[in-house]
Design a protein around this ligand. Structure first.
Ligand code: DAH
Length: 337
């Protein structure tokens, strides 16, 4: 009988890996665990076993029955768990494509401009978006009746006109010059605001990058050299540039920097208003009144300053010809850059 007990045990062990369905489990129960099952039949025969063998065989039989019961129990539990965890989804549906964000093209342009100037030795400074009249206009040598101070151009925050949204990044020049001593070599990127009608070329909110270099013997030739060096790195060495005389209250002399039109290559087209040139920066030698206002002696020091519009530069690089596309937040536009 001991052999039979052993055989049943091996039989069970062999069966386990093949038991997969609820039917298989039920078959297992009927074979081993019911009254007419093979194990109970052995128990029935126990009464005929000689007295001295009974304790051993009885013990083995009990062990076998326990083993069969445990196996049945664990198979059942496993099956129930598995049948519950079948996911309630349609596996034939197409997968979802992950969406990764990207940097905004204006930010990309700004970072690249900042990087070039940093390599040329400029530090980076920032100032507040909400400015006062003093930093935005007075200290920059704007006369009291200058048209830029008009409500039509400037968003004033309070009716007494003392606080406003800065109309350019030039007020940061004042903060920098008042905060440190020459030599000063700084760029100042940031957002600016103007009360302008919105159209394909202009928005009421845009970005500028301001530059300032103040030291002894700073010359216009250095300004030209630095800006051309920057512009060639930014636009490629084949681009053509020109300086055109201009006027700003805070620089004397003043100039504007033009680049040959990217679209027509200088032939003249709609984008460059048929001139072949696009204006990308204002610049000039810092006006002595501005230096004086900041406590810097114009007899000892001189300086140059410049200001680029970042959206314009972004449009040049991306070929986007309507500035509004940059801020409509249409992912189909923005994800291309
Ligand atoms: N602030 C000027 C503007 O918004 C741009 C500018 C012109 C900045 C000449 C400068 C400069 O620093 O020297 O139109």
């Amino acid at each position: 009988m001991l052999d039979e007990i052993k055989n049943i045990r091996t039989e069970i062990e062999k069966k386990i890996p093949n038991i997969k369905t609820a039917d298989d489990i039920e078959k297992f129960r009927l074979e081993f665990l019911v009254k007419k099952g093979s194990i109970q039949l052995l128990f029935d025969r126990l009464k005929d076993v000689p007295k001295e063998e009974k304790p051993l065989i009885g013990k083995e039989l009990n062990l076998l029955r326990n083993f069969a019961e445990e196996t049945y129990k664990s198979l059942k539990e496993k099956f129930e768990k598995e049948s519950q965890s079948v996911p309630d989804i349609d596996l034939t549906l197409p997968g979802r494509i992950g969406f990764t964000g990207s940097r905004h093209p204006v930010l990309l342009t700004m970072n690249e401009m900042v990087n070039i100037f940093v390599r040329l030795g400029f530090d980076v400074a920032e100032g507040p978006d909400i400015e006062d009249e003093y930093h935005n206009f007075d200290a920059l040598n704007f006369p009291p009746d200058h048209p830029a101070r008009d409500m039509q151009d400037t968003f004033f925050i309070e009716s007494d006109r003392k606080l406003l949204l800065r109309t350019h990044t030039s007020p940061v020049q004042i903060r920098v010059m008042k905060g440190m001593k020459p030599p000063i070599r700084c760029i100042m990127p940031g957002r600016v605001y103007r009360n302008e009608a919105i159209n394909a070329r202009s928005l009421a909110e845009f970005h500028q990058i301001e530059g300032l270099y103040v030291d002894k013997h700073v010359t216009l030739a250095e300004l030209k050299g630095t800006l051309i060096k920057f512009a060639k790195q930014m636009y490629g060495s084949n681009s053509k540039f020109r300086f055109r005389p201009s006027f700003f209250p805070f620089t004397e002399p003043s100039a504007e920097l033009d680049i040959s039109c990217f679209l027509c290559g200088g032939e003249g087209c709609r984008v460059c208003k048929h001139s072949g040139w696009l204006e990308i920066a204002g610049c000039g030698m810092v006006h002595p009144n501005v230096l004086k206002e900041c406590g810097i002696d114009p007899e000892v020091y001189s300086g140059y300053a410049f200001g680029f519009g970042i959206e314009r530069v972004t449009m040049l690089r991306t070929g986007i010809d309507d500035i509004r596309l940059l801020y409509e937040n249409d992912v189909r536009v923005l994800e291309q850059f």
